[in-house]
Write a protein that binds this ligand. Structure first.
Ligand code: ADP
Length: 310
Protein backbone atom coordinates (compact mmCIF):
# COMPACT_ATOMS: atom_id res chain seq x y z
CA UNK A 1 0.00 0.00 0.00
CA UNK A 2 1.50 3.33 -1.07
CA UNK A 3 1.29 6.42 1.11
CA UNK A 4 -1.14 9.15 0.10
CA UNK A 5 0.75 12.13 -1.30
CA UNK A 6 0.00 15.73 -0.34
CA UNK A 7 -0.91 18.14 -3.12
CA UNK A 8 1.33 19.99 -5.52
CA UNK A 9 1.33 21.91 -8.79
CA UNK A 10 0.46 20.16 -12.05
CA UNK A 11 1.63 22.08 -15.12
CA UNK A 12 0.38 21.25 -18.60
CA UNK A 13 2.31 22.76 -21.52
CA UNK A 14 0.93 23.29 -25.02
CA UNK A 15 -1.62 25.02 -27.22
CA UNK A 16 -5.25 25.75 -26.49
CA UNK A 17 -7.24 26.90 -29.51
CA UNK A 18 -10.51 28.61 -30.24
CA UNK A 19 -12.97 25.93 -31.37
CA UNK A 20 -15.87 26.63 -33.71
CA UNK A 21 -18.55 23.98 -34.10
CA UNK A 22 -22.04 23.87 -35.60
CA UNK A 23 -24.92 24.35 -33.19
CA UNK A 24 -28.26 22.65 -33.95
CA UNK A 25 -29.74 25.90 -35.27
CA UNK A 26 -26.98 26.25 -37.89
CA UNK A 27 -25.11 28.96 -35.98
CA UNK A 28 -21.47 28.53 -35.03
CA UNK A 29 -20.66 27.84 -31.42
CA UNK A 30 -17.40 29.04 -29.91
CA UNK A 31 -15.40 27.04 -27.41
CA UNK A 32 -11.80 26.53 -26.30
CA UNK A 33 -9.89 23.24 -26.54
CA UNK A 34 -6.61 21.56 -27.40
CA UNK A 35 -5.08 18.25 -26.33
CA UNK A 36 -2.92 19.44 -23.41
CA UNK A 37 -5.59 21.87 -22.25
CA UNK A 38 -8.20 19.10 -22.30
CA UNK A 39 -5.95 16.96 -20.13
CA UNK A 40 -5.48 19.89 -17.71
CA UNK A 41 -9.28 20.23 -17.57
CA UNK A 42 -9.73 16.58 -16.57
CA UNK A 43 -6.80 16.63 -14.16
CA UNK A 44 -8.45 19.66 -12.52
CA UNK A 45 -11.78 17.87 -12.37
CA UNK A 46 -10.23 14.79 -10.74
CA UNK A 47 -7.65 16.27 -8.35
CA UNK A 48 -8.60 17.54 -4.89
CA UNK A 49 -8.30 21.22 -3.95
CA UNK A 50 -4.82 20.85 -2.42
CA UNK A 51 -3.51 20.42 -5.98
CA UNK A 52 -3.26 23.36 -8.37
CA UNK A 53 -3.47 22.76 -12.11
CA UNK A 54 -1.83 25.41 -14.29
CA UNK A 55 -1.62 25.84 -18.03
CA UNK A 56 1.54 27.03 -19.75
CA UNK A 57 1.26 28.60 -23.18
CA UNK A 58 1.59 31.94 -24.94
CA UNK A 59 -1.38 33.98 -26.14
CA UNK A 60 -1.91 37.30 -27.85
CA UNK A 61 -3.15 40.65 -26.58
CA UNK A 62 -6.50 40.45 -28.41
CA UNK A 63 -10.01 40.02 -27.03
CA UNK A 64 -10.10 36.30 -27.91
CA UNK A 65 -6.97 35.67 -25.83
CA UNK A 66 -8.63 37.57 -22.94
CA UNK A 67 -11.69 35.36 -23.23
CA UNK A 68 -9.63 32.20 -23.31
CA UNK A 69 -7.75 33.17 -20.16
CA UNK A 70 -11.05 34.02 -18.43
CA UNK A 71 -12.45 30.64 -19.50
CA UNK A 72 -9.43 28.80 -18.06
CA UNK A 73 -9.67 30.70 -14.78
CA UNK A 74 -13.37 29.95 -14.60
CA UNK A 75 -12.50 26.27 -14.83
CA UNK A 76 -10.09 26.60 -11.89
CA UNK A 77 -7.00 26.32 -14.07
CA UNK A 78 -4.14 28.67 -13.19
CA UNK A 79 -3.04 31.13 -15.88
CA UNK A 80 -0.37 33.11 -14.03
CA UNK A 81 2.44 31.78 -16.26
CA UNK A 82 0.71 32.46 -19.58
CA UNK A 83 2.68 35.10 -21.43
CA UNK A 84 0.76 37.53 -23.65
CA UNK A 85 2.49 38.62 -26.86
CA UNK A 86 1.77 41.88 -28.62
CA UNK A 87 0.02 41.53 -31.96
CA UNK A 88 -0.41 37.75 -31.75
CA UNK A 89 -3.65 35.73 -31.68
CA UNK A 90 -4.63 32.20 -30.58
CA UNK A 91 -4.95 29.32 -33.06
CA UNK A 92 -8.40 28.40 -34.36
CA UNK A 93 -10.05 25.20 -35.57
CA UNK A 94 -13.45 24.35 -36.88
CA UNK A 95 -15.36 21.09 -36.62
CA UNK A 96 -17.26 20.39 -39.85
CA UNK A 97 -20.14 17.92 -39.80
CA UNK A 98 -21.22 16.24 -43.01
CA UNK A 99 -23.57 13.25 -42.99
CA UNK A 100 -22.63 12.55 -39.37
CA UNK A 101 -18.88 12.49 -40.16
CA UNK A 102 -16.63 15.02 -38.47
CA UNK A 103 -13.69 16.67 -40.15
CA UNK A 104 -11.44 19.45 -38.89
CA UNK A 105 -10.02 22.63 -40.45
CA UNK A 106 -7.16 24.36 -38.63
CA UNK A 107 -5.77 27.89 -38.65
CA UNK A 108 -2.80 27.56 -36.34
CA UNK A 109 0.31 28.22 -38.44
CA UNK A 110 0.95 31.59 -36.83
CA UNK A 111 -0.71 31.08 -33.47
CA UNK A 112 0.83 32.69 -30.39
CA UNK A 113 1.42 29.24 -28.85
CA UNK A 114 4.22 28.59 -31.35
CA UNK A 115 6.32 30.95 -29.23
CA UNK A 116 5.68 29.25 -25.91
CA UNK A 117 9.28 28.09 -25.51
CA UNK A 118 10.94 31.16 -27.06
CA UNK A 119 11.66 32.63 -23.63
CA UNK A 120 13.76 29.91 -22.01
CA UNK A 121 14.03 31.71 -18.65
CA UNK A 122 10.27 32.02 -18.28
CA UNK A 123 9.87 28.36 -19.20
CA UNK A 124 12.49 27.27 -16.69
CA UNK A 125 10.96 29.34 -13.89
CA UNK A 126 7.55 27.88 -14.54
CA UNK A 127 8.78 24.28 -14.69
CA UNK A 128 10.89 24.77 -11.57
CA UNK A 129 7.81 26.04 -9.73
CA UNK A 130 5.86 22.88 -10.63
CA UNK A 131 5.79 19.35 -9.23
CA UNK A 132 4.41 17.44 -12.21
CA UNK A 133 4.79 18.24 -15.91
CA UNK A 134 2.61 17.23 -18.84
CA UNK A 135 3.16 17.78 -22.58
CA UNK A 136 2.45 16.08 -25.90
CA UNK A 137 3.78 15.42 -29.37
CA UNK A 138 1.56 18.28 -30.54
CA UNK A 139 3.34 20.63 -28.12
CA UNK A 140 6.63 19.62 -29.76
CA UNK A 141 5.25 19.69 -33.31
CA UNK A 142 4.11 23.32 -33.22
CA UNK A 143 7.46 24.69 -31.97
CA UNK A 144 10.41 25.83 -34.05
CA UNK A 145 13.00 23.04 -33.79
CA UNK A 146 15.35 25.04 -31.57
CA UNK A 147 12.55 25.93 -29.13
CA UNK A 148 11.45 22.30 -28.98
CA UNK A 149 15.00 21.46 -27.84
CA UNK A 150 14.81 24.21 -25.21
CA UNK A 151 11.58 22.70 -23.87
CA UNK A 152 12.99 19.17 -23.89
CA UNK A 153 16.13 20.29 -22.05
CA UNK A 154 13.99 21.84 -19.29
CA UNK A 155 11.83 18.72 -19.05
CA UNK A 156 14.92 16.52 -18.81
CA UNK A 157 16.10 18.73 -15.92
CA UNK A 158 12.76 18.22 -14.20
CA UNK A 159 12.99 14.46 -14.75
CA UNK A 160 16.54 14.43 -13.39
CA UNK A 161 15.28 16.31 -10.32
CA UNK A 162 12.85 13.44 -9.68
CA UNK A 163 9.64 15.07 -10.90
CA UNK A 164 7.04 13.06 -12.80
CA UNK A 165 6.99 14.12 -16.47
CA UNK A 166 4.09 12.71 -18.50
CA UNK A 167 4.00 12.66 -22.30
CA UNK A 168 1.34 11.71 -24.85
CA UNK A 169 3.06 11.29 -28.24
CA UNK A 170 -0.26 12.20 -29.95
CA UNK A 171 1.19 11.53 -33.40
CA UNK A 172 -0.04 14.01 -36.03
CA UNK A 173 2.09 13.63 -39.19
CA UNK A 174 0.48 16.68 -40.79
CA UNK A 175 1.95 18.94 -38.12
CA UNK A 176 5.51 17.77 -38.83
CA UNK A 177 7.82 18.76 -41.69
CA UNK A 178 8.66 15.07 -42.26
CA UNK A 179 8.04 11.66 -40.75
CA UNK A 180 11.70 11.56 -39.88
CA UNK A 181 11.40 14.78 -37.86
CA UNK A 182 8.35 13.34 -36.08
CA UNK A 183 10.12 10.10 -35.19
CA UNK A 184 13.21 11.89 -33.89
CA UNK A 185 11.37 14.46 -31.77
CA UNK A 186 8.82 12.00 -30.36
CA UNK A 187 11.68 9.75 -29.33
CA UNK A 188 13.38 12.71 -27.65
CA UNK A 189 10.06 13.55 -25.95
CA UNK A 190 9.95 10.03 -24.53
CA UNK A 191 13.55 10.38 -23.27
CA UNK A 192 12.49 13.44 -21.26
CA UNK A 193 9.54 11.60 -19.68
CA UNK A 194 8.79 9.27 -16.82
CA UNK A 195 5.30 8.26 -18.01
CA UNK A 196 4.53 7.82 -21.74
CA UNK A 197 0.84 7.57 -22.72
CA UNK A 198 0.52 6.64 -26.42
CA UNK A 199 -2.52 5.42 -28.39
CA UNK A 200 -1.87 2.06 -30.02
CA UNK A 201 -3.62 2.89 -33.34
CA UNK A 202 -1.34 5.88 -33.90
CA UNK A 203 1.82 4.04 -32.88
CA UNK A 204 1.03 1.06 -35.13
CA UNK A 205 0.30 3.38 -38.06
CA UNK A 206 3.31 5.66 -37.72
CA UNK A 207 5.98 3.65 -35.90
CA UNK A 208 4.98 0.27 -37.36
CA UNK A 209 4.49 -1.45 -33.97
CA UNK A 210 2.90 -4.86 -34.45
CA UNK A 211 1.77 -5.30 -30.85
CA UNK A 212 1.08 -3.33 -27.68
CA UNK A 213 4.05 -5.10 -26.10
CA UNK A 214 6.14 -3.69 -28.96
CA UNK A 215 4.97 -0.13 -28.22
CA UNK A 216 5.76 -0.58 -24.53
CA UNK A 217 9.20 -1.99 -25.29
CA UNK A 218 10.06 0.80 -27.71
CA UNK A 219 9.17 3.59 -25.27
CA UNK A 220 10.53 1.86 -22.17
CA UNK A 221 14.01 1.73 -23.71
CA UNK A 222 14.20 5.54 -23.47
CA UNK A 223 13.99 5.48 -19.70
CA UNK A 224 10.29 5.94 -18.86
CA UNK A 225 9.21 4.24 -15.63
CA UNK A 226 5.85 3.47 -17.12
CA UNK A 227 4.15 3.24 -20.50
CA UNK A 228 0.34 3.31 -20.62
CA UNK A 229 -0.92 2.26 -24.06
CA UNK A 230 -4.52 3.28 -24.80
CA UNK A 231 -6.45 1.11 -27.21
CA UNK A 232 -10.01 2.45 -27.49
CA UNK A 233 -12.74 -0.01 -26.42
CA UNK A 234 -10.09 -2.71 -25.81
CA UNK A 235 -8.81 -0.83 -22.77
CA UNK A 236 -5.35 0.29 -21.75
CA UNK A 237 -2.19 -1.70 -21.03
CA UNK A 238 0.08 -0.52 -18.23
CA UNK A 239 3.70 -1.52 -18.71
CA UNK A 240 6.14 -1.14 -15.80
CA UNK A 241 9.38 -2.81 -14.73
CA UNK A 242 7.38 -5.52 -13.05
CA UNK A 243 4.81 -6.45 -15.69
CA UNK A 244 2.32 -5.55 -18.42
CA UNK A 245 -1.33 -5.55 -17.43
CA UNK A 246 -4.41 -4.90 -19.54
CA UNK A 247 -7.01 -2.79 -17.75
CA UNK A 248 -10.29 -3.17 -19.65
CA UNK A 249 -12.36 -0.24 -20.90
CA UNK A 250 -15.81 0.39 -19.47
CA UNK A 251 -18.53 -0.91 -21.78
CA UNK A 252 -20.44 1.92 -23.43
CA UNK A 253 -23.69 1.14 -25.27
CA UNK A 254 -23.95 4.36 -27.19
CA UNK A 255 -20.79 6.30 -28.06
CA UNK A 256 -21.80 9.90 -28.76
CA UNK A 257 -18.47 11.65 -29.47
CA UNK A 258 -14.99 10.23 -28.91
CA UNK A 259 -13.31 13.65 -28.93
CA UNK A 260 -10.97 13.89 -25.95
CA UNK A 261 -11.22 10.18 -24.99
CA UNK A 262 -7.45 9.92 -24.78
CA UNK A 263 -6.95 13.38 -23.26
CA UNK A 264 -9.50 12.73 -20.51
CA UNK A 265 -8.01 9.29 -19.87
CA UNK A 266 -4.59 10.92 -19.39
CA UNK A 267 -5.87 13.63 -17.03
CA UNK A 268 -7.85 11.19 -14.91
CA UNK A 269 -5.03 8.61 -14.87
CA UNK A 270 -2.46 11.14 -13.70
CA UNK A 271 -4.80 12.68 -11.11
CA UNK A 272 -5.42 9.26 -9.54
CA UNK A 273 -1.83 8.05 -9.86
CA UNK A 274 -0.39 11.20 -8.27
CA UNK A 275 -2.61 10.75 -5.26
CA UNK A 276 -2.47 6.99 -4.74
CA UNK A 277 0.58 5.69 -6.66
CA UNK A 278 -1.25 2.64 -8.01
CA UNK A 279 -1.12 2.56 -11.85
CA UNK A 280 -3.70 -0.21 -12.30
CA UNK A 281 -6.27 1.50 -10.08
CA UNK A 282 -5.46 4.76 -11.90
CA UNK A 283 -6.10 3.11 -15.29
CA UNK A 284 -9.43 1.69 -14.08
CA UNK A 285 -10.47 5.13 -12.83
CA UNK A 286 -9.36 6.76 -16.10
CA UNK A 287 -11.40 4.21 -18.10
CA UNK A 288 -14.49 5.23 -16.11
CA UNK A 289 -13.92 8.93 -16.77
CA UNK A 290 -13.18 8.39 -20.48
CA UNK A 291 -16.37 6.30 -20.79
CA UNK A 292 -18.39 9.23 -19.40
CA UNK A 293 -16.64 11.68 -21.73
CA UNK A 294 -17.48 9.72 -24.90
CA UNK A 295 -21.15 9.68 -23.96
CA UNK A 296 -21.29 13.50 -24.21
CA UNK A 297 -20.65 15.95 -27.04
CA UNK A 298 -17.49 18.04 -27.14
CA UNK A 299 -13.96 17.86 -25.74
CA UNK A 300 -14.72 19.30 -22.30
CA UNK A 301 -17.38 17.60 -20.21
CA UNK A 302 -18.54 19.41 -17.10
CA UNK A 303 -17.00 18.10 -13.85
CA UNK A 304 -20.55 17.72 -12.47
CA UNK A 305 -21.30 15.10 -15.11
CA UNK A 306 -18.07 13.27 -14.30
CA UNK A 307 -19.05 12.92 -10.66
CA UNK A 308 -15.46 13.23 -9.40
CA UNK A 309 -13.97 14.43 -6.14
CA UNK A 310 -14.65 18.11 -6.98
P1 ADP B 1 -7.28 8.38 -28.25
O1 ADP B 1 -8.47 9.30 -28.09
O2 ADP B 1 -6.01 8.99 -27.77
O3 ADP B 1 -7.17 7.71 -29.60
P2 ADP B 1 -8.37 5.90 -27.31
O4 ADP B 1 -9.33 5.87 -28.45
O5 ADP B 1 -7.46 4.74 -27.17
O6 ADP B 1 -7.52 7.21 -27.21
O7 ADP B 1 -9.27 6.00 -25.99
C1 ADP B 1 -8.74 6.34 -24.75
C2 ADP B 1 -9.54 5.63 -23.68
O8 ADP B 1 -10.92 5.99 -23.80
C3 ADP B 1 -9.51 4.12 -23.80
O9 ADP B 1 -8.38 3.58 -23.13
C4 ADP B 1 -10.82 3.74 -23.14
O10 ADP B 1 -10.70 3.73 -21.74
C5 ADP B 1 -11.75 4.87 -23.54
N1 ADP B 1 -12.51 4.55 -24.75
C6 ADP B 1 -12.28 4.96 -26.02
N2 ADP B 1 -13.20 4.44 -26.87
C7 ADP B 1 -14.04 3.70 -26.13
C8 ADP B 1 -15.22 2.92 -26.38
N3 ADP B 1 -15.73 2.79 -27.62
N4 ADP B 1 -15.83 2.31 -25.35
C9 ADP B 1 -15.36 2.42 -24.09
N5 ADP B 1 -14.26 3.14 -23.77
C10 ADP B 1 -13.60 3.77 -24.76
Amino acid sequence: MQEEVLGGRFLSIGECMVELSQADDGHLRKGFAGDTFNTAWYARACLPADWSVDYFTTLGDDAMSDEMVAFMRGAGIGTADIRRLRGKTPGLYMINLKNGERSFSYWRDSSAARLLAADGDALRASIEASDVLYFSGITLAILPREDAYTLLAELRRAKAAGKPVAFDPNLRPRLWSSLDAMHTMITDGARASTVVMPSFDDEAAHFGDDSIAGTIRRYRQYGADMVVVKNGPEGATVGTDANETLVPAVKVDKVVDTTSAGDSFNGAFLAHYLQHGDPLAAAAFAAEIAAKVIQEYGALVSPKKLNTAR
